[in-house]
Design a binder for this molecule. Structure first.
Ligand code: UDP
Length: 335
């Protein structure tokens, strides 16, 4: 298939782009490079454009003529969404509406959408299956939930075929050793812990230890980015016009913030200082997947089931490229 990947230069988007290409698909990245990296796209075609730019988007769809779109482009920080909800509603909701309408005009009828476990929010059922209540508790989560409904309505009225993939916490580095997580500013737990390990930060701030969890810190289900990519590859094979499906992508095991720090300490081989501070507004206490639907319906199975193994892959990337893609560019220039 020919696939246009919005956000294809980002962490998850570029990993999926490479997996698609390695498995015989043609994949083109559409990315505004505000957070993504040109280097992450490798020798695939990159169209530099914003999802808010109707003309650029329509032109990309006209020229690429994709069979499907994978929509990764989004703003994804819970804390930032609490501080600047307007940006999140504009980029995630208005941007996606723009994309859906351009796809309708171009008659592209298959969409794989990056949704999130954050839409379950404060849902009391943990682990959660796809039918658990969606009690989104941050602007970020609410934008993703609204887009899920928008996509369903486009399916009902215009025949758009969709697969909603609700990612739990994407983590780790792809097995090729040449790519990994690199956000600026970094807000995600594992890269921040590893930045402390590398001396780039003094300590990790742990956001709250008074949650109703065994050690009081938040619990998340960390899913390796290669396992996420595998799920996209399966999804592209079953997404058909006029039909829709929803799948959780997680391991089914949760780890607390303190357990993640311990896993990183064992990967690095040294202690990593941290300090408990106030809760971060918008954080859900515990998000753990029940991944049985994707396992039974699509035959998906995570390769990485232990947080230590995931942390190890992330550490390999950060150790080799301490400044992320900037380190890569410096190394290439020195050759
Ligand atoms: N977290 C933390 N300190 C940080 C960053 C994150 O304690 O500096 C916690 C955060 O409260 C959440 C978990 O780590 O419980 C994962 O956060 P992240 O931002 O990586 O992903 P999210 O779950 O928000 O999508």
């Amino acid at each position: 298939m020919k696939v246009l990947c919005t956000g294809g230069a980002g962490y998850v988007g570029s990993t999926c782009l490479r997996w698609l290409r390695a498995n015989g698909h043609e994949a083109v990245a559409y990315d505004n490079l505000s957070l993504g990296h040109r280097e992450a796209v490798g020798d695939a075609t990159l169209i530099v454009g914003d999802i808010s730019d109707t003309e650029a988007l329509s032109e990309a769809l006209r020229s690429v003529k994709p069979d499907a779109v994978m929509h990764f482009a989004a703003s994804t920080s819970v804390g930032e969404s609490v501080d600047d909800p307007e940006h999140y509603y504009r980029n995630n909701i208005a941007g996606t509406l723009n994309l859906l309408s351009a796809m309708r005009t171009a008659k592209v009828q298959r969409l794989i959408f990056s949704s999130t476990c954050a839409t379950y929010g404060e849902s009391p059922i943990v682990p959660m299956n796809e039918d658990a209540p969606q009690e989104a508790c941050s602007p970020y989560a609410r934008t993703k939930l609204a887009v899920e409904w928008m996509i369903r309505d486009f399916c009902g009225a215009y025949g758009l075929g969709f697969t909603l993939l609700r990612y739990f916490n994407a983590a780790g580095a792809p097995s090729d050793g040449e790519h990994g997580e690199d956000h600026d500013p970094e807000t995600h737990l594992i890269p921040l812990v590893l930045q402390v390990a590398m001396g780039q930060r003094e300590k990790l701030l742990v956001f709250g230890n008074d949650y109703p969890t065994p050690d009081g810190t938040c619990i998340r289900d960390y899913i390796h980015v290669d396992d996420l990519a595998q799920a996209h590859l399966l999804a592209i094979g079953v997404t058909e016009p006029g039909r829709g499906a929803v799948y959780n992508i997680g391991t089914g095991t949760g780890n607390s913030v303190l357990e993640v720090i311990a896993a990183c300490e064992s990967a690095v081989g040294s202690r990593i200082p941290y300090e408990i501070v106030d809760r971060r507004p918008g954080d859900a206490p515990a998000l753990v997947a029940d991944p049985n639907r994707i396992m039974s319906k699509l035959g998906w199975k995570p390769h990485f089931t232990e947080i230590q193994a995931i942390a190890q892959t992330a550490w390999q990337w950060h150790k080799r490229y301490p400044q992320g893609y900037r380190s890569k560019e410096t190394k290439l220039a020195a050759r």
